[in-house]
Design a protein around this ligand. Sequence first.
Ligand SMILES: Cc1cc2nc3c(=O)[nH]c(=O)nc-3n(C[C@H](O)[C@H](O)[C@H](O)COP(=O)(O)OP(=O)(O)OC[C@H]3O[C@@H](n4cnc5c(N)ncnc54)[C@H](O)[C@@H]3O)c2cc1C
Length: 563
Amino acid sequence: MIEENYDAIVIGSGMSGGWAAKELCDNGLKTLVLERGRDVKHLKDYPTAYKNPWDFPHRNTIPESVQKENPIVSRCYAFKEATEHFFVKDTEHPYVQEKPFDWIRGYQVGGKSLLWARQVQRWSKYDFEGPGRDGFAVDWPIRYDDLAPWYSHVEEFIGISGNYDGLETLPDGEFLPPWEMNAIEKHIRRSIKENYSDRYPVIGRCAHLTEPKEIHLAQGRGKCQARNMCDRGCPFGGYYSSTSSTLPWAEKSGFMTLRTDAVVHSIMYDDAKEKVTGVRVIDRLTKETTDYFARVIFLNAACLNSNLVLLNSKSERFPNGLGNDSNTLGKYIAFHNYRGSMTAKYDGYQDSYYFGRRPTAVMLPNFRNVFKQDMPFKRGYMVHYSAARENWGRDVAGDQFGADYKEKISRPGTWSIHMMMQGETIPKEENHVRLSPDQVDEWGIPQLVTSVGYDENDELVLQDFLEQGSEMLEKAGCRDIVTKDSGQAPGLDIHEMGGARMGKDPKSSVLNKWSQMHDCPNVFVADGACMTSTGTQNPSLTFMALTARAANHAIEEMEKGNL
Ligand SMILES: Cc1cc2nc3c(=O)[nH]c(=O)nc-3n(C[C@H](O)[C@H](O)[C@H](O)COP(=O)(O)OP(=O)(O)OC[C@H]3O[C@@H](n4cnc5c(N)ncnc54)[C@H](O)[C@@H]3O)c2cc1C
């Protein structure tokens, strides 16, 4: 057992851990980043980035044998031959599903920031006010104005493309030029605006460099090429991942040490000193144990793994998990309800086309229960839609050949529209994770038991989306509208949140308004685990902004000698 001392330790090198590392190193703190997976270096470790479909043995599809062995991860749309090396396979890291839960993970430097779909939106003031106003979960200890400067801070650095829309329900950020809607998307937007006074579709906001600025070039990143092969790792650095952005930036400062293959077993609480002193790590390959010590700990292992680490961090003072005086740790897990979607066709605009593979869609911010509770269900949903021409060869039939055939296969098909929901779910005590009493993983760490399900509110939200979505498309003149409830298990949304929620009262929450443990002030949890409620927005921008805010608070407190 070796001992090493640092100013700060960051657990997890993904989307949010990258931000903790950057902020701490920018401020001169000697920072150790612990990552359970292997190293992934920007450019060097993107083996499929330039491959064509015919370069893959199975044309970039997952063979049936792999699907059979890995039913959970195979349900994720992004799990393909080109990306499978960035996903955790079911067989490698088992967990116990008390209720069906598709836990999608990426265990390597970069975490899931290599794989994400890069859609980002700020929360609005209505999202932070939601739980307090509508009486669920606990009141958020912060409001939009507390986070707004940190949204800006993150957006400027990672680069967000978006349009300045001036909507209260989806506040604008620091934007690079937006992508463009195509003709039919604009047509649907016009129709929605004409028919509904409360609905404003906007072009999606996404973490892509449409026009890199000085700060992005300084990171070694360049313009997005609209290749839409992002989840292989982008050789242009055209989208944000911690591997292309925050981690190399932190490394350049000279203050960061990155230790890979470091499976964090627990955070160590010293009963005599009455504080957290460090982190216990088991080497992924040798299984050797090492303790690392630091003044502050940032836990950014992704929502459920952060819950697991905390639940497994037991001491005399905290027999039920670190900082768990409230007995809420592992509870109030929530996620996004993605079950509803629909497709449709549109006959017009046959002379319109579009350029490139745009990495975003159209977003319609939530319009239910925004200003007051006026529906028979709580909260609401965001809608995403996009339109594309169906396959080439619209008029091809039978045994044609020659010039006529060539002419016909060069004609794009009918416009088809895809629409989907992203529904808020209500955090509840019964939706929880806990440690298995008898099953452990390869490193002797208890497996996680997931007990998270839908409720009646989710069904009502789903029905409302299916009705409203169909109505909006019908009013826009679409035909063949087909609605679908995928019935998918929670988890497949990959937006799990909660378990160590923020709150004002230590009796009912684990973290204070700085994402700092009420009971262990030198521990910060600013990934999805800290979320008090889910909002309807894609969550990662909020995780990054909360992490940057927490890190800067920690730095200030350390300077004052309080930590
Ligand atoms: C296909 C896909 C599409 C997505 N699309 C979007 C989107 O459009 N918009 C959006 O906002 N979000 C999206 N997400 C979700 C997004 O990726 C996550 O919200 C985000 O990555 C979470 O950040 P994180 O830092 O908490 O976790 P991660 O990025 O997963 O990083 C956690 C890191 O911690 C490490 N770790 C875990 N346990 C330990 C341990 N015990 N010891 C040491 N290290 C540990 C992991 O190996 C990992 O590297 C998507 C995700 C996927 C997979």
